[in-house]
Design a protein around this ligand. Structure first.
Ligand code: 13P
Ligand code: SF4
Length: 364
């Protein structure tokens, strides 16, 4: 479950031609047939996503993994997604992540001991009035923490439904670890910013808006963020409004509240893809999300102008760690029955985390 024993890519894979890596991957896929399933997140690199059996956002990939029976799942995505796949599949199915360093900087912003400490302080202050919700971009231990306390997971595709679900049961919610998705979702449901506070896991303090009253707090936002989506700014949108007023601005809800408010549209990865599919030819779109996806959308929609809202944007570096060489290496090892990159969540954690994930899937 944790990042241990990270072996370096053998030199032979670094020196190998792309043609050779591709032929090894193709050969392994052919050899394993339906025994091997490769899900690929939309933020994966182009050279890797071509080998995915199914592509999707984190919700879609969780749904599809839950129903797959293949004994081997090689997850092209990041660590928390592979953990989710492991939790939702049978114990005898093996889930592998081609590079164990492919984490998520946002998921790293909340660990279980910080969460337990925060919970103790918050429940001392607010009593039994809080339900914990965690974005799937979090460790299995935090998912388990939520599952054990009546809470659930959310993704950017169903966060509205899940926040409504949580507030129908308890007066308040603790939303981990992405403050922006939590704030944007709650604001969208009409909860005033004043009634949201931020939990700072470093100072161990609740940060309130000026003049806000503690007893009115409905949403407690963990102070975490996505280092990729935070690179979109209101300044970029304002500049675009001056130079290209006809361009539509479409952003992911991991962007800040101010960016989401300034944009024309906001929605999950799936929503962004769907909106571009239905957009009229000739329209222009500045997208505020991960760069591999933006480039792919631009290549798919040649009848529209599609570009990144931030002209200096880079791909998500951890998503990008899954490359041809790591995929070829993983599959070569698999052919020798070596499960070097297996993700295996301990059963007790998996059992509780599954409860939180199933609540999310039921509300999808
Ligand atoms: P989705 O839930 O939209 O797939 O997003 C996952 C993610 O990591 C976004 O940064
Ligand atoms: Fe994590 Fe952000 Fe990368 Fe998504 S884009 S995997 S939230 S660091």
């Amino acid at each position: 479950m944790t990042f241990t024993a990270i072996r370096r890519l053998p030199a032979q894979y670094r020196e190998m031609s792309n043609k050779e890596k591709i032929s090894r991957i193709v050969e392994a896929k052919r050899e394993f047939g339906s025994d091997l399933f490769i899900p690929g997140h939309h933020y994966q690199r182009e050279d890797v996503i071509q080998f995915a059996d199914v592509t999707g956002d984190s919700l879609q990939l969780a749904q599809v993994c839950e129903t797959r029976t293949s004994p081997y799942i090689v997850f092209c995505g990041v660590h928390f997604m592979a953990e989710t796949a492991d939790i939702l599949t049978d114990t005898e199915q093996r889930v592998m992540l081609p590079d164990l360093n492919a984490g998520c900087s946002m998921a790293d912003m909340a660990n279980i001991s910080q969460t337990e400490r925060a919970w103790e302080t918050l429940t001392d202050q607010f009593g039994d009035t809080i339900l914990p919700l965690t974005y799937v971009n979090s460790t299995a231990a935090i998912k388990a923490f939520c599952g054990e306390r009546g809470g659930a997971c959310v993704t950017s595709s169903n966060s509205g439904k899940m926040v409504r679900w949580a507030l129908a049961q308890k007066q308040r919610l603790l939303f981990l670890p992405d403050q922006h998705l939590g704030r944007n979702t709650a604001a969208d449901l009409g909860i005033p910013l004043h009634d949201m506070a931020v939990w700072n896991p470093i100072t161990h303090e609740l940060e309130l808006a000026d003049g806000a009253r503690v007893e009115d707090i409905q949403v407690i936002l963990w102070k975490g963020h996505c280092s990729v989506h935070e690179k979109f700014t209101v300044g970029q949108i304002e500049e675009l409004r001056q130079t290209e007023p006809e361009t539509n601005v479409l952003v992911h809800p991991e962007c800040t509240y101010e960016v989401v408010q300034a944009a024309d549209y906001a929605g999950s990865t799936h929503h962004i893809i769907e909106r571009l599919h239905t957009a009229a030819p000739g329209t222009s779109w500045a997208i505020g999300t991960e760069m591999n996806l933006v480039k792919r959308l631009a290549a798919q929609h040649t009848d529209k102008r599609v570009f990144s809202l931030n002209s200096n944007m880079c791909p998500c570096l951890t998503m990008n760690r899954i490359d041809l060489e790591h995929l070829a290496w993983t599959l070569d090892l698999l052919r020798e029955d070596v499960y070097q990159f297996e993700i295996s969540v301990p059963e007790d954690i998996a059992d509780s985390a599954r409860i939180a994930l199933r609540r999310m899937l039921e509300n999808a």
